[in-house]
Design a protein around this ligand. Structure first.
Ligand code: HEC
Length: 92
């Protein structure tokens, strides 16, 4: 194989890597940025056990459980605060 062919193969190869990286960024950006507390609760709190009913615990208990489950569910502080807010509003 001559040098010119090697160069072409290298350029095509780098082009493919570039496209894969671009596609990766595009999918990240297309995911919805803002989710409601109710949505986050429905998506995350069912992964390990049944999603607990908002009425099952008091406001103060939800704050403690929130701190505990945030670590388990690997959620950001902001997302967990939204979930706690939702649980507290929904438990009346
Ligand atoms: C990665 C797994 C995992 C995820 C995700 C998770 N939990 Fe849990 N949860 C557990 C485990 C394990 C226990 C029981 C042991 C414990 O309390 O540490 C538990 C227990 C609980 C309890 C029972 C506490 C009690 O005293 O009866 C509540 C309420 C709860 N989780 C709420 C939540 C909420 C709300 C979320 C969503 C933000 C959530 N969990 C997400 C693993 C998880």
């Amino acid at each position: 194989m001559n040098l010119k062919n090697k160069r072409i193969i290298l350029i095509v190869f780098l082009g493919v890597i570039g496209l894969v990286l671009l596609a990766g960024c595009a999918t990240t950006q297309s995911t919805p940025m803002e989710k409601s507390g109710a949505q986050l609760w429905g998506e995350n709190c069912v992964r390990c056990h049944n999603a607990p009913s908002p009425a099952a615990f008091s406001d103060v208990e939800w704050e403690t459980i929130g701190m505990h489950m945030r670590v388990r569910a690997n959620l950001t502080k902001e997302d967990m605060l939204k979930i706690i807010e939702f649980l507290q509003l929904a438990n009346g």
